[in-house]
Design a protein around this ligand. Sequence first.
Ligand SMILES: C[S@@+](CC[C@H](N)C(=O)[O-])C[C@H]1O[C@@H](n2cnc3c(N)ncnc32)[C@H](O)[C@@H]1O
Length: 296
Amino acid sequence: MKHPLYLQLLARLKQDLQVLPDKPDETPRNTLDCLWALAAGQPLAISQVRDAVIDDLDLEAQATLNALVDKRLAGTPLSHLTGRQDFMGLVLKSSEAALVPRRETEILGRAAIGKLQGLDVEAPWVVDLCTGCGNLALAMAVAAPQARVWGSDLSEEAVALARENTEFVGRPDVSFYAGDLVVPFDNEEFLGRVDLLTCNPPYISSAKVEQMPEEISGHEPHMAFDGGPFGIKIIQRLIQDAPRLLRPGGWLLFEVGLGQGEPMKQRLERNDAFDQVEVFVDDHGDVRALAARRRR
Ligand SMILES: C[S@@+](CC[C@H](N)C(=O)[O-])C[C@H]1O[C@@H](n2cnc3c(N)ncnc32)[C@H](O)[C@@H]1O
C-alpha cells in the first residue's frame, strides 16, 4: 500500500514530467522513487532505486520531497538532484560541473571496449578526450582492468568531478588533466604510444545550442555541446591531431551527432593517417560513433 503523498506526487509527475528523448531511462515512477530515497537520505541512481528498501518520510522529509519534485518539474535534471547517474553499469557522481552522461554514448563505449578487448597488447594505453565526468574513461578502465587510462577536458570543473569519480568506481589510478583537446598529451611520453583514443566531443551547431530545452540549456555546460557554426569544429581538430598520439595500428573512436556520420566517415577515409574505418549505429540505423585505425 503506497503512502498517500507518493500517490499524489506520482499523479503530478505523470501529468507534468517532460522526459527528454536523450534521457530515455527516466519515468515518473523511478523519478519519484529516486527523489523519495533522496529525501530519506539515500542518494541513488535509477538503477539502484528498483531494489532499495526506502524508509518512510517524517514531516520534514516530506517537505523536502515536495521541494525536490518542484525542482524536477521546473527543469533541474534528476541526476543533478540525486548527484548520481548510471552509465554502462557504473553509478557515477553527477553535477552541473559536467554533461550528464547520455544513454546514446554507450554506443561509443561498447565500441571502444570491444576494440580494447581485441587489442593484442598486455597493458593498453587509453586516452579519453572531452571526458566530462570521466564516464567513458572509467567505463573502459573498469571493463579492462589491465589498461592504463587517462582523460582530459577543457573544463577544470569537469576534471575535478572526473577525479572524484575515480575513487567512486574504484579505479583511483586513472588520471585526469585539464587542457584543450590533445594538448595535455602532446608530449614525448604519449606521442605515438596510445593504443586507443576516445572522444565524445561537443557536436551541436552553435545556433542549435541556443534552442535546446531549458533542462539542458539552463543546467548543463554550454561548452559540452557547442561544436561551432556547423557542429564539427572539435571533430575536425580531433581527426587532425589524434594521429600524432596513436601508435601504428591504434584506434581513434568518437561519437557524432545525427547526420554527421557519413560525412565524417568520408573525411576519415580520405585521410592518409588511417587505413580502416568502421561505423557504429543506433537502433534506428543512424551512425552515432566511428572508429578509424592508425595506418601501420
Ligand atoms: C559532449 S560532452 C562529453 C562528456 C563525456 N565524455 C560524456 O560522454 O558524457 C563534451 C565535453 O567536451 C569538453 N570540451 C569542449 N571543448 C573542449 C576542448 N576544446 N578541449 C577539451 N575538452 C573540451 C566539454 O567541457 C565537455 O565536457
